[in-house]
Design a protein around this ligand. Structure first.
Ligand SMILES: Nc1ncnc2c1ncn2[C@@H]1O[C@H](COP(=O)(O)OP(=O)(O)OP(=O)(O)O)[C@@H](O)[C@H]1O
Ligand SMILES: O=P(O)(O)OC[C@H]1O[C@H](OP(=O)(O)OP(=O)(O)O)[C@H](O)[C@@H]1O
Ligand SMILES: [Mg+2]
Length: 293
C-alpha cells in the first residue's frame, strides 16, 4: 500500500478489544474523525491525517514499513511481530488493553515449574514469544500454533498446556485451566514508524504525539482542592497521591487554615478522602482533568 502525499496515517484496530479506545484516543487528541463510505480508511476533517483501520496483526508491519506513521496496538502483538528487521518504536503505554500472556495447564498435569513443560505440546497464538520464553528457561517443548480458541486445546487433547492472554482469568476458569507462568505483560501502546514523514508533516506528527501524551497523562489524574489546618499541612499534602508540589493559598480572614490545590496523578480513593478528613481537611473537591500538557 503506498502513501498518499501530504497526509499522515495512523493505524488502528478495525474491530475488537482495542478499536473503540483507539478511536477515543485519536478524538481526545483533537482529531475530528469522519466515518466515510470507505471502511478501511477514515478521514480526519481538521488535519491532513487518515486513520487506517486494519486487523491488529497488520499494524506492526504497516508502521515498521512506513505505510503508517503512528499505530495503536497491543504490545503482545508488536512483540510477536519482532523479526530482526526495522522496528516500530514504542512511544508510550496507553493504559488500556491490559492483559498478560500466561502459561496455563489442566489439573491433570502435575506442574512444578517450567521443567514440567519439557517435551510437552503447548498451544498458543503467540509462538515466537513463547519460543523465546521457553529458550530463556532452557525448556524444549513442541509449540502448536492456533489462531483462536486456544483454551479448548487441552480438553481436545491437542496440547498438554496452553499459552494465552489472560485478563480477568474467567476464560481459564471456564475451561478448567490453572495459570502457572507469566510470559509477557501487555497493554496497548502508541508506536511510531522508524521512517520519517515528509518534512512538511513532521511538525504535525510531533504535535499529535504530544497531544496523545497529554491525553494519557490526564487519564485517571484528578484536580483536588481542599482547605487544610496550617498545623496539618505537611501530613495532608503527604496523603495526596502522586501530587508534585501543591499550590498553597491563604484563606481570607483565617490565619489557622489554607487552601490546597493539587494535581494527583493517581486515582483518589474514598479511603484517601477519609484520611484527609481525619487530618482536619474540609471542603474537599475532586475534579476530573480533561487535558494536560
Ligand atoms: N481479555 C483481554 N483483556 C484486555 N485486553 C485484551 C484481552 N484480550 C486481548 N487483549 C488485548 O487486545 C488486543 C486485541 O484483542 P482482540 O481479541 O480484539 O484481537 P484479535 O481477535 O486478534 O483482533 P483482529 O481482528 O484485529 O486480529 C490483544 O492483542 C491484546 O493486546
Ligand atoms: O481472562 P479473561 O478476562 O477471560 O480474558 C481472556 C480472553 O480474552 C481474549 O479473548 P477475546 O475475548 O478477545 O476473544 P477472542 O477469542 O476473539 O480472542 C483472550 O484470547 C482470552 O480468551
Ligand atoms: Mg489479531
Amino acid at each position: 500500500m503506498s502513501k498518499v502525499q501530504g497526509r499522515l496515517r495512523i493505524a488502528v484496530q478495525k474491530s475488537g478489544r482495542l478499536a473503540e479506545r483507539s478511536l477515543d484516543l485519536v478524538r481526545d487528541a483533537g482529531l475530528r474523525v469522519m466515518k466515510g463510505a470507505n471502511d478501511l480508511l477514515y478521514r480526519v476533517e481538521n488535519y491532513p491525517i487518515d486513520l487506517l483501520r486494519v486487523r491488529d496483526d497488520d499494524i506492526p508491519t504497516f508502521v515498521a514499513d512506513g505505510v503508517c506513521d503512528l499505530g495503536v496496538v497491543g504490545e503482545n502483538v508488536l512483540e510477536e511481530a519482532r523479526n530482526g528487521g526495522p522496528q516500530a518504536e514504542i512511544l508510550m503505554p496507553l493504559g488500556f488493553g491490559k492483559c498478560t500472556l500466561k502459561v496455563a495447564t489442566p489439573p491433570s498435569l502435575d506442574y512444578a515449574g517450567p521443567a514440567s513443560l519439557e517435551d510437552r505440546r503447548i498451544a498458543t497464538s503467540y509462538p515466537r514469544i513463547l519460543k523465546r520464553w521457553l529458550e530463556s528457561r532452557g525448556v524444549s517443548a513442541d509449540i502448536v500454533t492456533m489462531r483462536g480458541a486456544v483454551e479448548v486445546a487441552p480438553r481436545l487433547k491437542l496440547a498438554h498446556a496452553i499459552c494465552d492472554l489472560v485478563s480477568t482469568g474467567a476464560t481459564l476458569e471456564a475451561n478448567g485451566l490453572i495459570a502457572q507462568e507469566t510470559v509477557f505483560d501487555s497493554q496497548a501502546v502508541l508506536i511510531r514508524s522508524p521512517q520519517a514523514p515528509e518534512p512538511e508533516l513532521q511538525h504535525l506528527l510531533d504535535s499529535i504525539i504530544e497531544r496523545m501524551s497529554g491525553v494519557v497523562a490526564s487519564q485517571g489524574a484528578k484536580y483536588v482542592m481542599l482547605n487544610a489546618p496550617r498545623a496539618a499541612l505537611d501530613r495532608i499534602t503527604a496523603l495526596l497521591p502522586g501530587a508534585g508540589s501543591p499550590t498553597v493559598m491563604p484563606l481570607s480572614g483565617r490565619d489557622d487554615a489554607v487552601a490546597v490545590h493539587a494535581v494527583c496523578q493517581e486515582a483518589v480513593f474514598w479511603e484517601t478522602l477519609e484520611k484527609l478528613k481525619a487530618e482536619g481537611a474540609s471542603a474537599i473537591l475532586v475534579l476530573p482533568i480533561e487535558k494536560m500538557m
